[in-house]
Design a protein around this ligand. Structure first.
Ligand code: SF4
Length: 337
């Protein structure tokens, strides 16, 4: 969101979720353990409003868990707590995240009545084998049907997908991205699988039944996914789990947990683009890569990783990255001799 927009998050950890996905321990992932109450909603809105300047468009966001699977009277109690703030303009709208099998016409009418404008669906994969092995408890068709209904009813749709789930491959993740693009969401979130303690996935990994999806695996596949979503003009709202103290402190036992995963992915995209442009260049060349000012560190890579890789792969004598008057994401090559 821009500077004039702000999100007021309220976490609804695992509350009401009828499922136990193998990778999920909502308490550890969100870092929140207490169920949200009407008072939590009021406090969050009042604190959020105090922190953002007048004129900011504020959106209340119910994240975590599966909001529309909570008993209806509890959903209504949380919504009602927000209504006075919607009426007086303190907040402008509400968004929430939920499961595809907790959406139908009746649910959507309720959401509309209480001012929800954006629905985020945890799709995770559109491959039925991956969904089954991950214990998701719904099919790809249910994701597609729920997505169409959400759009048809006039809500903004955000789809969340994961990479590296049990049974997943890069090709299956790319196919999931293509199917998501066909559903025309307003945005996506991509969460490479993290192995969190106290989950079934952790036990599977310990028993040698699940191969870890490493940070490198995630960067490789997410760079390809990002190119697909960019071409389709679908914004990637988030790449990788939000870092929390618990996850960084050891709850993330393995998998693709990195506090700056999105930055690593954007850096890999620049590396791949440069590789394409340098194909066929003579060994021992001296080369300058011209990039937008905002892309210099992405092109160079952490600890100069990208420039070192390019120097070696193309046997260059010299490689410089220079800030130039080109569009963000674009690279032009100057060969000095
Ligand atoms: S549906 Fe969501 S909240 Fe429920 S177990 Fe799966 S990931 Fe966790």
């Amino acid at each position: 969101m821009t500077a004039k927009n702000s999100i007021i998050p309220v976490f609804v950890p695992h509350l009401g979720c009828p499922n136990d996905c193998v990778f999920c321990n909502q308490r550890r992932i969100s870092g929140h353990t207490q169920p949200a109450t009407a008072q939590t909603v009021k406090d969050a809105i009042e604190n959020g409003a105090a922190l953002s300047p007048a004129g900011t468009k504020r959106q209340l966001a119910f994240y975590g868990g599966s909001f529309t699977a909570i008993p209806v009277h509890e959903q209504i109690s949380l919504f009602e707590a927000a209504q006075p703030y919607l009426a007086d303009g303190t907040i402008d709208s509400i968004r929430l995240s939920t499961r595809p099998d907790a959406i139908d016409g009746e649910v959507l009418s309720r959401l509309k009545k209480y001012g929800v404008t954006t629905v985020e669906l945890g799709a995770q994969s559109l491959d039925d084998t991956v969904l089954h092995l991950s214990g998701r408890g719904h099919t790809a068709k249910e994701v597609e049907d729920a997505s169409r209904l959400i759009k048809q009813e006039g809500f903004k749709l955000v789809l969340q997908m994961m990479t590296g789930l049990p049974g997943d491959t890069d090709e299956k993740s790319l196919e999931t991205a293509r199917k998501i693009i066909a559903l025309k969401p307003d945005g996506v979130r991509v969460y490479p699988t993290v192995i969190v303690r106290d989950t079934v996935l952790y036990d599977m990994w310990q028993a040698g039944q699940y191969p870890e999806h490493t940070v490198e695996d995630a960067v490789r596949v997410c760079a390809k996914l990002s190119e697909l979503f960019d071409e389709a003009n679908i914004p990637i709202i988030r790449m990788g789990l939000n870092p929390t103290e618990d996850l960084s402190g050891g709850d993330a036992a393995g998998g693709a947990y990195h506090p700056a995963l999105g930055e690593l992915v954007r850096s890999r995209i620049m590396l791949n683009r440069a590789r394409g442009l340098l194909r066929g260049i003579k060994p021992e060349s001296r080369v300058v890569l011209n990039v937008n000012k905002s892309d210099v560190s992405k092109m160079t890579g952490q600890h100069r990783a990208n420039t070192n890789i390019l120097m070696q792969e193309f046997k260059l004598k010299q490689l410089k990255v220079r800030s130039a008057d080109v569009k963000s994401g674009e690279i032009t090559v100057t060969v000095l001799d």
